[in-house]
Design a protein around this ligand. Structure first.
Ligand SMILES: [Cu+2]
Length: 185
């Protein structure tokens, strides 16, 4: 029956409050390794994040399970790399090498994004193919046939504002998905 909705609501409120405190704490302790909160970003590199709530198509692609599986290494946050001129994404990340990392990024228009194969997880490719996805990608590109190796690279330059949704063909069922949000510089 009604499984105490109030409790659930309270739990969410408490979680939100904790997040807010953690965020404030992180800011206050900038540069300090402390904090000890359990939900900090694991992305390292100190980049900020943008909530994917602002990009529903990204969130839908990364979490839906009708086409492939939900993206690995995705937590609802888009890593904000809009200030970066060098943007690189690992192909074959995570425990089994079946993820892109960072899986969701935001870049400025004109940025050339580099995908670097790690050599883990088998043969991969990078495929932005709206018709095979949820039809929401503004970009269409492909690195070609899936390849296995640790010296493979693929680049794509994002000139136009919009979003690119992509995946690895052999591993879409494993949730090997990624997204690039492109914003006007
Ligand atoms: Cu793959």
């Amino acid at each position: 029956m009604t499984q105490s909705p109030l409790t659930e609501a309270n739990r969410r409120t408490i979680l939100k409050s904790l997040s807010a405190i953690s965020a404030a704490g992180m800011t206050g302790l900038a540069g300090c390794a402390g904090g000890g909160n359990g939900n900090g970003d694991d992305n390292g590199n100190g980049a900020g994040t943008i909530s994917a709530d602002e990009y529903p198509a990204v969130d839908e692609w990364m979490t839906e399970t009708e086409i492939g599986d939900a993206a690995r290494l995705y937590d609802g946050e888009i890593v904000d790399l809009r200030e970066e001129s060098d943007v690189a994404i690992d192909v074959g990340a995570g425990d089994e090498g079946l993820a892109f990392e960072p899986s969701a990024v935001a870049v400025s228009s004109g940025t050339e994004v580099l995908w670097e194969w790690t050599g883990e997880g088998g043969a991969h490719n990078v495929e932005a193919e709206p018709d095979e996805q949820i039809g929401e990608s503004d970009y269409e590109f492909s690195s070609g046939e899936a390849e296995d190796g640790d010296d493979i690279e693929y680049t794509h330059t994002f000139d136009e504002e919009g979003i690119a949704l992509y995946h690895c063909e052999p591993h879409i069922a494993n949730g090997m998905k990624g997204s690039v949000v492109v914003e006007e510089e």
